[in-house]
Structures are given as C-alpha cells and as structure tokens.
Design a binder for this molecule. Structure first.
Ligand SMILES: C=C(OP(=O)(O)O)C(=O)O
Ligand SMILES: [Mg+2]
Length: 570
C-alpha cells in the first residue's frame, strides 16, 4: 500500500498530557473489509476449489504458527492472549468445517465467516470460558481472511522495538494484547480527549494524541515525534524538535524529584492522587510520590467478560490494590458500565442513547447483585488487609440514589462512602447529596458531557466539551461550595485535574483533592507549590467571570507566577 502521507508532515490532533517522544510508527490494522463473496484471485483469475482449499488450509496453519511464535517471544498477559488465539486457529473442527464449505464451492470469505459465526454463537450460548474465547475466534477469522487474500495482518502488531502505536481507535481489549515494554506513545484517528483510549494511555503513563486525521495512512516504521502538549504528530522530526522534546523530558524529571505532599505555597494542603484501572496500575503507582488513589475504575476488571468476576476474583484484585498503596487513601469506584464502557452482561442491548440510559449506579435497578457483590468483595479486602478503603458510586443524579448507595456500602462495613458528581442534577443538588454521604468526587469528563450535551467520545466538538466552559466551572463551584459549607471533602477525578492551570482554579473553588494519571502529578504539584491559596481563589474568580472557555484559561494564565509559565511552557 502506498502511504498517502509524505514526510515531513505535521498532523494535528488533540493532545492528552504534556509529554513528547520520538519513535517509529506501528499500525494497529483494522479487520479487513471485504465482501463475503470476494473472489480469491490467483494470478488475476478466480481460483478453483482445489486451490482455494490449499490456500485456506495454509492460511490457518500460517496464522497459528505466527501467533505461537509471537506468544513465545512475549510475556505475561500478551503471551496468554496470543497463545489462546493460536490454539483457536489450530482447532481441527473449525478448520474442517471451513474447508468443507470451500470444497462445496462457497467463496472463501463467506466460508470462514459463516463457520466462525456459527462457532461464536455456540460459544456464547455455552457461556463461561468458551464465551470468553469469542474475541479470539473473531481475531482468527480476520487474520485467516487477510492471509488468504494477501492483505496486511489485522490487529495489534508485534512490537520488536520501542514504537508509537497508531490506531483508528483502540478498544480497551486491544491494550491487553499490547506489549507495553515497547510502547512509547499512543496516537489515534478517532476518540476524544476524555475517551477510553486517552484514559488508558494516561493510566499507562504514555503520551497520547487523539483525533489525528490521516495518521493511519503513515507507513509502519515512519519515524514520528509525538507531542502531547501541542497535540501534534510530526513525521521525520528535525534535530531542533528532538532536542525540544528531550529538554521537556528533562524538566519533567526535575519536577518529579519533588515528592512532598501537594499544597499551596502558604501550606494549604491538597492531596494529589492517581487514577488507576487495575491492580497492576496500583503496583506501578505505589512506589511513586502520589498520596493515594482517587479513582479506581473497577470496570476494567469486568471488560471482555461474559459474566461478572466472582467475589473471590474481585477480592484478590482489591487486596492487591490496597496492599500496593499501604496506608495511603484508596477510593474505589463501583462498576460504571454502559455508554463508553459497555459490558456484555450489564448493558441494556436496546438503548438508543446509552449515555442517558441504565449506566453507572443505575445498574442497581436491573442488576443490584453486581453492585452488592462488589461491595462485599471490597469489604473482604478491607478485612484481609486492615486498610480502610473509600468507596464511591458513579452517575448519581439524586439524593435518594446517594442514600441507597450509602446504605448498601455501610451494610457491608465500609466506612468512607461517597458518590461521584458527574451529572448536572447532582452538582445543582450537591448539598442534599453530600448530606447523605461522607464525600463527593467530581467527574468532570461526564459533567462536561452532560452539561454541554456533547458526546465525550466524539472529538469534533472538543471545544464544547472543554472543562474550562464557564457553565461547567459553575457546576464545579456549586459542588465545592456545598462541600465547604458541610465540611466534607470534594475531590476532582476527571481529566481536568491533570491540567496544572485548571488545577489551580479547582483548588481556588474549594476542591480538596485532585486525582489524575500518575504522570500528570509532578506538574500539578509544581504549579500549586508556586501559588498561595488566595491566588488560587483569585484565579477561580477570574475564570468564573470570563465569558467563554478560551478567555477563562487566558485570564488564569495571565495570573500565573512567571516561573511557572516559563517552566511549563505556557
Ligand atoms: C472520572 C470520570 O469518570 P469516567 O471518565 O470513568 O467516566 C469522569 O466522568 O470525569
Ligand atoms: Mg464518569
């Protein structure tokens, strides 16, 4: 395939975080889009049934051998995923049924697809382990079809050197197949700055740029500079650009050397916490200077499964997480299924507007056991570790929902119970909601989505989704005010907390803790350390009176200490 993009080229998107790296592109190829009756051509003429038989049989063998070789070179989860998929490509019954159809004259794509669909339906009906193999089965179908038709192999590439992973979009499951030792950055053509790819990249500490039009046209191996601060991807970067990224990395390293608790220059403490999605994330952030975990997105445990994890499975993960953080604060969020985080067993299949449907804590209406099981598992982990986890529910809209959640959590023996404020109704009624619980945490990703009626997964309206929007800041301010009045903690765990400038505004509004991807903590700590609480309040006032998001940000940047502006390149 001829690359449509010639170097040198600057491709623009929306950056997530502040880091930058240089490395070769490794494309995650989508499944081949070919018609079911696409002819198999050999030397330009349709192949006869015997040739098609040989080609299909060889394709299954090649795919199985390729996957097994890759599994042998990989380790951990990646090796397991690849080995399981190889086993599927080796399955005799699957292969025999495809070949029987090919022998009967059925077009190869239709034969492979028809048999895989039949097996997938059988596996799904069987449930349990077999149902969990459906993704592997579909991956085998895509790989075999690509191999037979001589198309590029789909899926996550085997990374043999540190690479910039490029994809149209990266499903949460794709990351399980990525060898993280070799991932320098993630760049996608789709997605928004608060979508799942951006969040996963943040949790993995990787620079990320989303909505980069044309990036999937780059040839594998093209060297690019990924600059998350600028939101750019530049092919064949010159020495000057490379040097600038190296200098930026040096600044970040210096900032990371400050490990003191987060707070303003006049001693107003603001806990700086990490957002995580797995026990491995907890073990990664444990040794860093974060003051705890402000958001454990537990739905990651539930993804790509057809049944919920058992109490025992969940307890083990929560225990590992609590142990990794020792006596530091850990806020565990109960399952936030639905909309951008669909789960096979917990999502309503027929919702026209899933973001407005049965998601987050609303699952209690259809699947109360899921939530109670989670709370029981967390209570068991509390018992086993002696830690005192905080727990909160997502997508709370009313005080009654907050009361219901608090009763369920307290019944299990969990003492610090809170809810997320990410629906405008909850922000407007923050006082009544806080009266039911011990703390709240502002999810500004969803709060912006719902306040501005803008899908967070669609980046083309990113200007409306901006947490600097005055209407969003008003909702944050109302929530923080309620917290100050009732003397209860109000945290922020949406992506807005990782912007060192906006973080100052949030603190000025009365927010008491900030939770973000661990890599964002040093710059936020540095910005806070250089301003007094009074200066943060003045910045919050300046942001609130601005008429629009860009003006709000500019007004606050103008109030920043000059050394912060120059160090952070603002
Ligand atoms: C932190 C949030 O939750 P999530 O991004 O997981 O929806 C949010 O909505 O801001
Ligand atoms: Mg949310």
């Amino acid at each position: 395939m001829t690359p449509a993009v010639q170097s040198p080229t600057v491709l623009r998107g929306v950056g997530v975080g502040r880091r930058g790296v240089v490395g070769p592109v490794a494309q995650v190829r989508p499944a081949p889009h070919v018609a079911a009756d696409a002819p198999l051509l050999v030397d330009g003429v349709p192949a006869d049934a015997a040739t098609a038989h040989t080609r299909v049989e060889q394709a299954f063998t090649d795919v199985a051998v390729g996957l097994r070789d890759q599994a042998g070179r990989a380790s951990g989860t990646v090796a397991d995923v690849l080995a399981a998929t190889a086993q599927m490509a080796d399955d005799r019954a699957l292969r025999a049924q495809v070949l029987a159809k090919v022998d009967a004259g059925e077009p190869v794509v239709s034969a492979v697809d028809g048999v895989v669909t039949m097996f997938a339906t059988m596996f799904e009906r069987a449930g349990g382990y077999l149902a969990e193999r459906v993704t592997d089965l579909r991956s085998v179908r895509d790989r075999v079809v690509a191999r037979v038709l001589d198309l590029p192999a789909p899926g996550v590439p085997e990374l043999t050197e540190p690479s910039v992973v490029v994809a149209r979009d990266l499903a949460p499951a794709d990351t399980a197949a990525l060898d993280l030792r070799h991932v320098l950055a993630i760049v996608t053509e789709l997605g928004g700055p608060t979508g799942h790819t951006a969040i996963i990249a943040g949790q993995l500490g990787l620079p990320c740029v989303v909505r980069v039009s044309g990036v999937t046209d780059l040839a594998d191996g093209t060297v690019v500079a990924v600059d998350a601060a600028d939101g750019t991807v530049t092919t064949d970067p010159d020495d000057e650009q490379r040097a600038a990224l190296v200098a930026r990395a040096e600044v970040e390293r210096t900032l990371a050397a400050d490990t003191a608790p987060g707070g303003t220059s006049d001693g107003h403490l603001v806990a700086l916490l990490a957002n995580i999605g797995t026990a491995e994330d907890a073990e990664r952030v444990g040794p860093t200077a974060v003051e705890g975990v402000g958001l454990f997105r537990t739905e990651v445990l539930f993804l790509e499964r057809t049944t919920a994890p058992t109490v025992e499975e969940q307890t083990e993960v929560y225990e590992r997480t609590l142990r990794a953080l020792g006596d530091r604060k850990v806020v565990v969020r109960t399952l936030d299924a639905g909309a951008d985080k669909p789960l096979a067993f917990a999502t309503q299949p027929d919702e026209e507007n899933p973001a407005l449907g049965v998601r987050g804590f609303r699952l209690v209406r259809t699947n109360p056991d899921l939530i109670d099981t989670q709370l029981a598992a967390l209570a068991a982990a509390q018992q086993a570790t002696g830690a005192r986890p905080w727990v909160m529910a997502p997508m709370i809209a009313t005080p009654a929902e907050a009361r219901d959640f608090a009763a369920r959590a307290r019944a299990q023996g969990l003492a610090q119970v809170g809810v997320m404020v990410e629906v405008p109704a909850a922000a407007l009624r923050a006082r009544e909601i806080l009266a039911e619980v011990d703390f709240v945490s502002l999810g500004t990703n969803d709060l912006a989505q719902y306040a501005m009626a803008t899908d967070r997964l669609r980046g083309e309206l990113a200007d409306l989704l901006d947490p600097w929007q005055p209407a969003v800041l008003d909702l944050v301010a109302a929530t923080a005010r309620a917290g100050l009045e009732l003397g209860k903690p109000v945290g922020v765990c949406g992506e807005s907390a990782s912007d060192p400038v906006l973080a100052l505004v949030l603190v000025g509004l009365g927010v008491t803790s900030l939770s973000m991807s661990a890599g964002a903590v040093p710059a936020v700590r540095y910005a806070l350390r250089h301003h007094t609480a009074e200066q943060c309040r003045a910045m919050a006032d300046a942001a609130l009176v601005a008429g629009a998001a860009p003006e709000a940000r500019a007004a606050v940047v103008a109030l920043l200490h000059s050394s912060v502006r120059s160090t952070l390149g603002l």
